[in-house]
Design a protein around this ligand. Structure first.
Ligand code: ATP
Ligand code: ZN
Length: 521
């Protein structure tokens, strides 16, 4: 039995480029369950001008894994994810058009309809990937008055006005760009010049509507009609909902170069200190394809719904993300997704073996965050979950040891690749009590979010949306074939098999994973 103290949570802080022990800003009262230590986390949300691609969703699987780990480590989590529905330009480096205005013009639709449609699409992906609901989804356009107040508070000392807007003078704060290390790399040279800017890295915190133009989204301000800058939005919403300083700010690694340095500059200006606003800044690396970073702007991209339509359970993609450390690049391939699906299936089967027969019981979702799945027939709607079963006492030594190793892996900057192997270690254990084993899976899965206790083998069958044969028909034919084989009527058995093959069903006799059948995508 392990009785070593729990390891401290270490996280990689992009600001210092070091692993740091997580020390909460609000430590609570030790020993008082009514005053637990808190963790306040802000994650930059999607810009809702298009569907999120699976690369974007990697950023939220990462943020969710961080949040679940903080919960596992005993912190009361307050997580905020924003929805950027205004202000994000086609070029992060302060040039181009507003992404939403552009999408609305191209589609001849109201910008509000565009934002609503893509926000809902994003939320569907959040559910499909079992990402827990944050405490707040902050919508940028709901915070415009606070943004104007924030800008007014820093305008005199830190900003200057040009015809195009109110600009932040980056030379007015200490150590601008330390997150991106602008001073040591070519970061600034990538920023497009704007006439009148004092420094190339200066950026608009308020963008004026050009004279004679009317924008769909514009507000009155002391600097004229216009819209807030994207960087201002995240500074304002994080401060409004979490207070400065809060614990952790997350985003994709692209945000380390421009968006987050600019947020930090504003936060410093607003708090009249060198404080960056958050203690730890964390960045997930990219999901890439052979052709490079997956990107909405590039036109073609993969969506979670496409994976579902091709018959892949979305949690296979979540598992694929967890197989890589969040700071490593991850290359997407269909083979890789298929392998992740098989791995998921082995885990689900290991848990199923521990259960009494399910008698058609409707599987449930693992926590309060997932809610309903998108309606593809590979992914069924689920009921709210039973409360997670705690590890029954007394905790046997093997469970304590396993959970201690799991804790060590997750505490080591969220080492999910190692944590996954511990699930497999549990799966391989023989001659241990089934309910204890199930509880050990439950404890680990509460952090990894793979829904292992509720999804079933059959949910993971590959069933593309385009399939022309219904599942019931496949099952009935397979049942008939089983009867024929039992009666040694191989002619009928072969005929039924050929019929299934003609309908695109691959029958997998003797498949050790009990997959039984799959449909060719
Ligand atoms: N390929 C990727 N892999 C991982 N994270 C990504 C990838 N592309 C973007 N992100 C992250 O996804 C989150 C949402 O990004 P956002 O919706 O603002 O994307 P975008 O910048 O509009 O689109 P894109 O960069 O795809 O053209 C951000 O945290 C961003 O850093
Ligand atoms: Zn942001």
């Amino acid at each position: 039995m392990t009785d070593a103290p729990a390891p401290p949570l270490k996280l990689f802080n992009s600001l210092t480029r070091r692993l740091e022990i997580f020390e909460p800003v609000h430590p609570g009262v030790p020993g008082d369950p009514a005053n637990p230590p808190e963790a306040r986390v802000y994650s930059c949300g999607p810009t809702v001008y298009n569907y999120p691609h699976i690369g974007n969703m990697r950023a939220y699987v990462f943020a969710d894994t961080l949040g679940r780990t903080l919960s596992f480590k005993g912190y009361k989590l307050t997580h905020v994810i924003n929805i950027t529905d205004v202000g994000h330009l086609t070029d992060d480096a302060d040039a181009g058009e507003d992404k939403l205005e552009k999408a609305a013009a191209e589609k001849a639709q109201s910008i509000w309809d565009i934002a609503r449609h893509y926000t809902e699409a994003y939320w569907a992906d959040v559910k499909a990937l079992n990402i827990r609901q944050p405490a707040h989804w902050s919508i940028a356009t709901d915070y415009v008055p606070q943004m104007i107040e924030f800008a007014k508070a820093i305008a005199d000392k830190h900003c200057y006005e040009l015809d195009s807007g109110l600009y932040f003078d980056t030379s007015t704060v200490a150590d601008y760009g330390r997150l991106a290390r602008h001073a040591t790399d070519e970061g600034e040279s990538r920023i497009d010049p704007v006439d009148g800017k004092r420094h190339p890295a200066d950026f608009a915190i308020w963008r004026k509507t050009p004279p004679g133009e009317k924008r769909q989204m514009e507000w009155d301000s002391p600097w004229g009609k216009g819209a807030p800058g994207w960087h201002l939005e995240c500074s304002v919403m994080s401060e409004a909902l979490l207070g400065f300083p809060f614990d952790i700010h997350t985003g994709g690694i692209d945000h380390r170069e421009i968006h987050h340095p600019n947020e930090i500059a504003q936060n410093q200006a607003h708090s009249c200190s060198a404080d960056s606003g958050a203690r730890i800044w964390m960045h997930n690396n990219f999901l890439v394809e052979r052709s490079g970073k997956m990107s909405k702007s590039s036109g073609e991209f993969l969506r979670v719904q496409l994976l579902i339509d091709k018959g892949y359970h979305p949690l296979a993609y979540r598992l694929m993300c967890l197989q890589a450390h969040y700071r490593s690049e991850l290359e997407f391939s269909w083979e890789g997704l298929g392998a992740a699906l098989t791995r998921l299936k082995r885990l689900v089967m290991a848990v199923e073996k521990l259960d009494p027969p399910r008698n058609g019981e409707v599987a449930s979702h693992s926590d309060d965050g997932g809610g309903r799945r998108p309606s593809a027939d590979a992914v069924q709607d689920r009921q709210p979950p039973p409360p997670a079963s705690p590890v029954p006492l007394p905790v046997p030594g093997w469970v304590a040891d396993l959970l201690a190793k799991f804790d060590a892996a997750m505490s080591d900057d969220l080492n999910t690749p190692v944590a996954l192997t511990l699930l497999e270690e549990a799966a391989a254990m023989k001659k241990v009590d089934a309910s204890q084993k199930r509880a050990a899976f439950a404890a680990m899965d509460a952090v990894l979010g793979l829904d292992l206790l509720t999804i079933e083998r059959a949910d993971l069958r590959v069933r593309p949306k385009t399939a022309t044969i219904a599942q019931e028909e496949i099952e009935t034919t397979l049942a008939k074939r089983k009867e024929a084989r039992a009666a040694k009527d191989f002619a009928t058995s072969d005929k039924l098999r050929d019929e299934l093959i003609a309908a695109g069903v691959e029958v997998m006799d003797g498949d050790p994973l009990g997959w039984d059948w799959r449909l060719e995508a």
